[in-house]
Design a binder for this molecule. Structure first.
Ligand code: FES
Ligand code: FES
Length: 210
């Protein structure tokens, strides 16, 4: 026979007791009890904190051109590029650093624009997919994506290309498995992965000639 019989009634009673104790704990904390952490009330915040504007005048160097704009200090670089400057090549997929669609280069390194504040990008060299071609001549990575059908819908493609170029510069494109590993932060819902790997291999050879 079970030494600790649990039927529906005792199970529900136990659950109610647990919920009640948790609620009481919160009430106690809200009332200044153990565990209560006081934050500054509006009255006690310094006048500066309430009146300081959240906007800043900044200048961003985008694809070799200085662009002046006023931004909320909380605006991401991705939103500043797309919504304020009309530089829409970088895409917003997840907006949470998970998909790689927003990948750009900052000072020559790949970065996620959705996780970078616009104000933090001042004085840095920002390059998006729009800044890769030289006149009519595409970057070897862009050409390779075309040659190998490295995309279907194309939504992830600008991020893939920016990541792939960095991948080659970092010396992480030496084999198919290395390319897959170092491109793993760039997701493709169309699953064009084999074609992307082929494109990176072709572009690496072209880029090494330069
Ligand atoms: S939009 Fe930046 S990682 Fe997905
Ligand atoms: S080509 Fe469609 S998501 Fe990559």
């Amino acid at each position: 026979m079970n030494e600790f019989p649990v039927n529906r009634r005792t199970f529900l009673a136990t659950g109610v007791a647990v919920v009640a104790s948790v609620s009481l704990g919160h009430a106690s904390a809200d009332a200044g009890g153990p565990g209560h952490v006081e934050g500054p009330s509006d009255e006690r915040r310094s006048p500066d904190a309430r009146t300081t504007p959240l906007t800043r005048d900044i200048v961003l160097s985008v694809n070799g051109v200085d662009r002046a704009l006023q931004v909320d200090t909380r605006v991401t670089l991705l939103d500043a590029l797309r919504d304020r400057l009309g530089v829409t090549g970088s895409k917003k997929g997840c907006d949470q650093g998970q998909c790689g669609a927003c990948t750009i280069h900052i000072d020559g390194e790949r970065q996620l624009a959705c996780l970078t504040l616009a104000v933090a990008a001042q004085g840095r060299r920002i390059v998006t997919v729009e800044g890769l071609a030289r006149g009519d001549r595409l970057h070897p990575m862009q050409q390779a994506f075309i040659d190998h059908d490295g995309f279907q819908c194309g939504y992830c493609t600008s991020g893939q290309i920016m990541s792939a170029i960095a991948c080659v510069h970092e010396g992480h494109a030496g084999s198919d498995s290395e390319i897959r590993e170092y491109m793993s932060g760039n997701l493709c819902r169309c699953a064009a992965y084999p074609n992307i790997v082929a494109a990176v291999n072709q572009a690496r050879l072209e880029m090494e000639k330069v």
